[in-house]
Design a binder for this molecule. Structure first.
Ligand code: GLU
Length: 482
């Protein structure tokens, strides 16, 4: 048997981190078993589904490296199949038309509430005669289609993450709606539980791996498999992602979509790595790994049952590990869009080498790619703002002497090499009997406007390439007169 799993997102929003994590687990399981990962877009809710969300989901999955082997299938293109299946259920007497109005259903629920009972449909139209149906239709009512749920059933399955699960039929809310209201001739829009089962059967899905918020649906779906005479797949319900305070991660937590994580400066492999750890623990406790490496040791049984708390510090740490160990060419590629976004003027092709020098300089200090804009601003601007302590430093006579000497020495060089720059500092230190630390500090203040920052010599060379060092040295000399 070939393992076949699927991701079945509804395009009612951008790719959510929870869906992405479900995708990661499905992908890992498929790869670990030599199986296939199928993508199915569940877009039957026309009001809420949008093409741009579908695009965002496809882009996000590709960006994360979660390539699918089949699909995307679109449920909106498969409605006939669902309608045929509903027809089969009607013919077998396992489903029926229910003519209750919204008001009647509301009254029913209010009465149940008054008696302290859980709201449920009381199955009142389960056994209507054709004459009763005709009479209700004559009133202008349009029926939904309900699937019969036996209250006395106990539905059990062995969940690959949660172990033996069991649900009472009486806890499923009564006979469930499988098609929306429409006239008898024009069967209404098929609903989620029905469409999922029809598709999972049709697509030969062997394992359904999805969030634990679907557990009650699983019980209903198992009854549908039985009604169609099919064997249910195996189920694995993954724990929810919780926010740092332990509540279900929601829109209120601000960042919930994968595209937002991209904009915040996380890299795809780091985010995929982090999502894998969000609920799963590798047998060797190794925390930095590629999806391919994780697939080699992935087991559903190692997914925790308890909710997984989102930990920003951990995600930052993982991201920094990727950034610090990345080849400089790759880092440069990733940084270019962030520099462009910051509005800096440069040519990604002719300035490539120069950009790579900046990437190499700031790479070891980066936690998120988005920090690069601030960290490297001084290289892209002609002038630099001198911070207060840098100004104080530059007002000192010794600093002025040092900066003046550097300015004079650089005037003789077309383009500096590292040897030139080091030679200049050395010579000045000797000639003017200045401490090397003072020369370096004055130079840093003049060139970068701050007393601290990344490697000074490299920073100087990067500025020198664009002719931005000399004007800054001149400006630092003017400060003495201000
Ligand atoms: N469309 C459902 C969702 O996005 C799919 C659930 C499932 O995997 O069956 O939650």
């Amino acid at each position: 048997m070939t393992v076949r799993v699927r991701l079945a997102p509804s395009p009612t929003g951008n790719l959510h981190i929870g869906t992405a994590r479900t995708a990661v687990f499905n992908w890992l399981f498929a790869r670990s078993q030599g199986g296939q990962f199928i993508l199915r877009i569940e877009d039957t809710d026309y009001q809420r589904s949008q093409a741009e969300y579908t695009q965002n989901i496809l882009d996000g999955l590709k960006w994360l490296g979660l390539h699918w082997d089949e699909g995307p299938y679109y449920q909106s293109q498969r409605l006939d199949l669902y309608r045929q299946s509903i027809q089969t259920l009607l013919e077998k007497g396992l489903a029926y038309r229910c003519y209750c109005t919204t008001e009647e259903l509301e009254q029913m629920r209010a009465a149940q509430k008054a008696k302290g009972q859980a709201p449920r449909y009381d199955n009142r139209h389960r056994d209507l005669t054709p004459e009763q149906e005709a009479a209700l239709e004559a009133e202008g009512r349009t029926p939904v289609i309900r699937f019969k749920i036996d209250d006395n059933r106990e539905i059990t399955w062995y969940d690959r993450i949660r172990g033996l699960m069991s649900w009472k039929g009486s806890d499923l809310g009564g006979d469930m709606v499988i098609a929306r209201a429409a006239s008898r001739e024009q069967m209404g829009q098929p609903l989620y539980n029905l469409a999922v089962v029809v598709d999972d059967v049709d697509m030969d899905i062997t394992h359904v791996i999805r969030g634990e918020d679907h557990i009650a649906n699983t019980a209903k779906q198992i009854l549908l498999y039985e009604a169609f005479g099919k064997t249910p797949p195996e189920f694995a319900h993954t724990p929810l992602i919780l926010n740092p305070s332990g509540q279900k991660l929601s829109k209120r937590d601000n960042v919930t979509s994968v595209s937002e994580f991209y904009a915040m400066g996380f890299t795809a492999p780091a985010l995929a790595n982090y999502m894998t750890l969000l609920g799963w623990s590798p047998p060797d406790e190794e925390e930095i790994f590629t999806l391919e490496a994780a697939a080699k040791k992935f087991e559903l049984e190692r997914i925790n049952k308890a909710g997984a708390k989102f930990d920003w510090d951990k995600l930052d740490w993982i991201n920094s590990q990727y950034l610090h160990n990345m080849p400089v060419e790759e880092l440069t590629d990733l940084l270019v869009p962030y520099w462009q976004e910051a509005g800096y003027a440069f040519d990604p092709h002719s300035d490539r080498e120069w950009l790579a020098e900046i990437a190499a300089l700031i790479g070891p200090s980066l936690t998120r790619l988005s920090e690069a804009a601030d960290m490297s601003r001084i290289f892209f601007t002609d002038t630099v703002n001198l911070e207060a302590d840098a100004q104080d430093m530059l007002r000192q006579d010794a600093a002025q002497t040092a900066v003046k000497a550097v300015a004079e020495a650089t005037a003789n060089h077309a383009e500096l090499s590292l040897d030139d720059a080091q030679g200049i500092v050395k010579t000045i230190t000797k000639q003017h009997k200045l401490k090397k630390g003072l020369v370096m500090k004055s130079l840093r203040a003049a060139l970068t406007g701050a007393l601290q920052g990344p490697d000074l010599m490299q920073s100087w060379l990067i500025l020198n390439r664009k002719g931005r060092d000399r004007p800054r040295l001149q400006k630092a000399l003017e400060i003495a007169n201000q």
